[in-house]
Unconditional design. Structure first.
Length: 274
């Protein structure tokens, strides 16, 4: 184990009865001591990191091949990917180098190493707790990485990418969370790293079909959802079908569904003059 992890197990888990009782896991620590369970979790995680390091080149080639073969299986050529088409009447205001830089940063391999090995490693004693927290923190960066080939095929600028992802932020967060969570699993996460590329490519094709409908004029940009309060305040919300609940149900318009969904989050407010 790494030094900090060995220090945590030997100093805290071995000498603190209160901490041991706090970290007792039903149906797990009845067969293993807390120290043994902690060692198993840490060692398997480190084994995955070592394997991933030595197979990094082959893994990268496998990911690229998975994306390319998925595109071929859909029968689409390079001309299938068109230019970016705005899908909202009022695009969300984004700052490509602003607040989202932190989420993109968490998608880097060295950021994942720091988070998993030093920040969240005590939570890894509980099955999936540490992985789930880490996956949620890396959700945006992971989804952006998985669709990097899609954005490159469309020759999108950094601002366009940020706008496109903001319009589908809950879809991208949930997709990135599931992908990062699967890749965080010891050993078998290596296989999910490849299958995630297949899923990302399939979703990209569905999104591009929707983009073509906007480019051809078949679909018109989505209007914001306007609500006027009794006091005259006007609330401008994200278009219907772009909110969290619609993303969870998989029926949001950003997923290519035609059915109406619930309004999204607040964009701005204004006071109607009397």
């Amino acid at each position: 184990m790494y030094g900090p992890e060995r220090w945590f197990v030997s100093l805290f888990l071995s000498k603190s009865g209160r901490l041991q009782s706090l970290l007792t896991i039903p149906y797990v620590t009845s067969y293993f001591s807390v120290q043994t369970w902690a060692t198993i979790m840490f060692v398997t995680s480190q084994m995955s990191g070592i394997i991933r390091f030595f197979l990094s080149k082959n893994l990268r080639l496998a990911k690229d091949r998975a994306w390319d073969l998925t595109a071929v299986s859909r029968g689409k050529g390079s001309n299938f990917w068109g230019s970016y088409a705005e899908e909202w009447q009022i695009p969300p205001k984004v700052h490509p180098d602003g607040a989202q830089w932190f989420e993109r940063l968490l998608g880097k391999w060295w950021a994942r190493l720091i988070i998993n090995r030093f920040v969240l490693f005590p939570l890894q004693l509980y099955p999936f707790v540490g992985m789930a927290l880490s996956a949620w923190m890396r959700a945006y960066g992971t989804s952006r990485y998985l669709h990097s080939k899609y954005f490159k095929s469309k020759n999108m600028t950094t601002e366009q990418i940020s706008t496109y992802m903001e319009e589908r932020k809950w879809d991208y967060r949930l997709f990135g969370f599931a992908s990062a969570l699967l890749e965080s699993m010891p050993i078998i996460g290596l296989f999910f790293a490849i299958s995630n590329q297949i899923g990302a490519a399939m979703w990209a094709h569905d999104l591009e079909k929707r983009q073509e409908l906007f480019r051809s004029g078949t679909l018109k940009p989505l209007p914001p959802h306007i609500i006027q309060m009794d006091d005259g305040t006007v609330l401008t919300l994200r278009p219907a079908g772009t909110g969290l609940l619609s993303a969870i149900r998989g029926k949001g318009v950003q997923n290519g569904m035609d059915g109406e969904g619930m309004p999204g989050g607040l964009i701005n407010t204004s006071k109607k003059e009397q």
